[in-house]
Design a protein around this ligand. Structure first.
Ligand SMILES: O=C(O)CCC(=O)C(=O)O
Ligand SMILES: [Fe+2]
Length: 364
């Protein structure tokens, strides 16, 4: 067997949640790889780093550290290897959270209970939370919006979460859905071993559309720029998603925890704008368990929030989810605005503003 065979076996066992056997095969693949003449090839470092990271998540710190040290001895600039090494050398209490590897455990956590309650409407915003919130017209002083202001509804001021009402009309929505439909595929999530994986954690279909493909989509970006002031010249593609009956997306952050996984040349996701492309008869709200509210989809509305602090650290309070659809079908389009072009649109403050969200960094 080649090291690649062993690697693929390890990957497959990871899917099956056979974590003990995963370790064995991944370690074997690395041993075989180390005997290959092209071990020093930068492409193989990607595999070694992936294995180091998986072993870190599976608790085999010794091998994970050895692999990352090996990579770093050949190329000290490798960021994943550095991340693995730093994580191992950081005391447990100070570690950043990692993606969950054990969903059954997560389903017993308090956070998951809160998420379900927020979805069911058993937890809603308290009067104290609601008191400072307003609905108002927003122009952002943009000449066009001075004539056609948008209706803005505040859901939270810190972190900022707002709805822009009637942002996109039915004709544009129909066109976007029409373009997305033939390209819809089962949604995946980022995964430590395989990079992309279909899970019960996220049940929906989605398609990625280039903004250049239609003026309507360029218009979505332009309108977001006008109303938020953010630069939209470099964004990830538009993600159109459809949830059928029971479709959902469990609590997660939109920003990249592993900064080395950020899309090349774009940086992290500074803000999310969810365009609701349909109503949902029952269920399907966008829930924020930490903030203790859920937003019901309304066709044409846009839900907007910042994922990052001004320091560009992730704002852990923004953990959110798509509640299960109980009746109907839910369509959304996600615009992710990236941080690389925002130093002037959303500069740092004089003080560090990220400490506040640290207690919400959950390790599951
Ligand atoms: O569908 C929703 O309401 C939320 C979707 C979401 O969070 C995502 O796609 O990242
Ligand atoms: Fe999300």
């Amino acid at each position: 067997m080649t090291w690649q065979d062993c690697f693929v076996l390890g990957k497959q066992l990871f899917h099956l949640e056979e974590y003990n056997h995963t370790k064995m095969w991944l370690k074997e693949s690395m041993q075989r790889l180390s005997r290959e003449p092209y071990y020093r090839d930068p492409h193989t470092f990607d595999y070694v780093e992936d294995v180091a990271k998986s072993l870190l998540n599976l608790g085999d710190l010794e091998t994970a550290l050895k692999l990352s040290d090996d990579v770093l001895s050949l190329d000290p600039t490798r960021s994943t290897a550095k991340y693995v090494k730093n994580t191992i050398l950081t005391p447990v209490g100070e570690r950043k959270p990692t993606l969950t590897t054990n969903p059954s455990y997560y389903h017993q956590t308090e956070e998951f209970e809160t998420y379900k309650k927020v979805c069911r409407g058993e937890i809603t915003a308290s009067p104290t939370q609601l008191r400072p919130l307003r609905c108002r017209y927003e122009t952002n002083n943009h000449p066009y919006r001075l004539i056609a202001p948008l209706k803005l509804e505040e859901h939270s001021l810190d972190p900022l979460v707002v709805t822009f009402h009637d942002f996109i009309d039915d004709t544009k929505i129909a066109t976007i859905k029409y373009m997305a439909e033939p390209r819809m595929q089962r949604s995946t999530v980022r995964d430590v071993v395989t990079l992309s994986k279909a899970t019960d954690f996220r049940i929906s279909k989605n398609a990625w559309l280039g903004y250049q493909e239609h003026d309507y989509m360029l218009g979505m970006l332009r309108d977001l720029h006008d109303i938020t002031g953010l630069d939209v010249t470099r964004c990830e593609k538009l993600q159109v998603a459809n949830y059928g009956l029971g479709g959902h997306y469990e609590p997660h952050w939109d920003f990249y925890l592993d900064t080395e996984r950020m899309p090349e040349g774009l940086g992290n996701r500074i803000a999310t704008a969810i365009f609701y492309l349909s109503e949902v008869e029952q269920g399907g709200a966008t829930a924020f368990p930490n903030l203790k509210f859920a937003i019901k989809p309304k066709k044409g509305n846009v839900l907007f929030w910042y994922n990052l602090h001004r320091t560009l650290e992730g704002d852990y309070r923004t953990r959110h989810a798509a509640c299960p659809v109980l009746k109907g079908s839910k369509w959304i389009a996600n615009v992710w605005i990236n941080d690389i072009t925002q130093p002037f649109t959303r500069p740092c403050l004089l003080h560090q503003d990220d400490e506040i969200s640290k207690p919400y960094a959950t390790i599951v």
